[in-house]
Design a protein around this ligand. Sequence first.
Ligand code: CA
Length: 342
Amino acid sequence: MQSHLRIATEEAWAPRHLLERYRKLLQSTPAAWDPGFHSLWGHFLGTTPRATALAARIQDLGEGRLRDMDASGIARQLLLLTAPGVQVFDAPTGSALARETNDELAQHIARHPTRYSGLAAIAPQDPRGAAQELERAVKTLGLKGAVVNSHTQGEYLDAPKYWEIFEAAQSLDVPLYIHPNTPSPAMIQPFLTRGLEGAVYGFAVETGLHMMRIVFAGVFDRFPRLRVVLGHLGEGLPFWLFRLDFMHRSSVASKRYPGMQPLQRKPSEYLKDNVWVTTSGMQWEPAIRYSQSVLGMDRVMYAMDYPYQFVAEEVKVTDELPISDADKKLLYQTNAERVFRL
Ligand code: CA
């Protein structure tokens, strides 16, 4: 008998008014403004069967979603405003939309408090406002942390002007989920010409880069209790721990880069102690087992990536992992309860 709840920790939602704003942005900006946004939402706001099914499911926080959760045995979803969230708008608009969508999310959660929890949307393009909204969302709305969809208009959170967001997350003791976005405009071109910019691979390159910029900038030396969550089994980084340590050590020793300074610990130690990963979109036994073996059983959490990757049968892969029932409970339930304080 199943002795755990299945909690899915990277599940997307979006209200209709946000999708309408995305549609207007597509119409009012040239593709070169943000080729990744145009590719992603040009597709998902289109008329293919996959796009129309996605657009319907992502807005539904009522009976349809609950039915899909029941069909795949998901007890609770942790809801994240879908990528790129409010990060594509000018700062005042992004901040206003963060407040509005967080209020809406809290109302949805209040209607189904045993089935949903949520992370706050924030607008890093207004760093002070983002830190304040994170505090409001946690203290007033009961949200469990924040999601940042990788780059914000080509910029990454390791830039010091964004560090007050880290400061707020650490002092509130809530995690930041660094969710993928398409690669920033400065590096997306070679991805686009082979269709590699999205979930197939570009998301992982973009988001892994973002995480490593944060590590190499010394953010975790400044904020040692900061907690970060990555999806997609850490966006490939667990496979790189050895080389990251080796090359960081030798490059620092040779003083090769002004932007790469000594750290108090090895890069891999921050990735093991300050970072948790989820299995979103990666229901593949060897990769899950590898991540658990190098990061620790208490570091890997289940996620489905609904509705982008809603394949009910995939739950079976996780159910049948050759690990103990106690470890399965960590993966499905207890790690998420601890990290997000559910
Ligand atoms: Ca996702």
